[in-house]
Design a protein around this ligand. Structure first.
Ligand code: CDP
Ligand code: MG
Length: 132
């Protein structure tokens, strides 16, 4: 069965939106098969966001992602990788349509509440990274 790695970000924790995010995943009929709260360190974030390492905002992402706990989840279902990206909405909350998590709750492109794997291949890499 297809799986993806979903992670609520520190702003979801700070704003008390974790329950609403989880509810949207469950409402869609996807199964949360593993879940844990973590405080991420710089090493794992440099690995996870390696594709952004040369961007000027990279230090801010690392700082933000370490500012409060995250909830990592393995979510399972047919077509779950692409479907979760649709449920999340695009990176920038201002561009995201209402009805998406980012469209309903985020208003910028850095503090955008949720991470979701962007391909089946990356999903397996990220599940291994965060769940071993
Ligand atoms: O999270 P998503 O896959 O939609 O976007 P990404 O391009 O993989 O970027 C990862 C994360 O870096 C974003 O979700 C933002 O939190 C952050 N980011 C940012 O702060 N400013 C940008 N211009 C782009 C991304
Ligand atoms: Mg990404």
């Amino acid at each position: 069965m297809e799986r993806t790695y979903i992670m609520t970000k520190p702003d979801a924790y700070d704003r008390g939106l974790i329950g609403q995010i989880i509810t949207r995943i469950e409402n869609k009929g996807f199964k949360i098969v593993d879940m844990k709260m973590m405080n991420l360190d710089e090493d794992i974030l440099k690995e996870h966001y390696a594709h952004l390492a040369d961007k000027p905002f990279f230090p801010e992402i690392v700082e933000y992602m370490m500012s409060a706990p995250v909830i990592g989840m393995v979510v399972e279902g047919s077509g779950v990788v692409d479907s979760m990206r649709k449920i999340m909405g695009p990176t920038d909350g201002l561009e995201a349509n209402p009805g998406t998590i980012r469209g309903d709750f985020a208003n910028n492109k850095s503090q955008n509440l949720i991470h979701g794997s962007d391909s089946i291949e990356n999903a397996e890499i990220e599940i291994k990274r965060f769940f071993g």
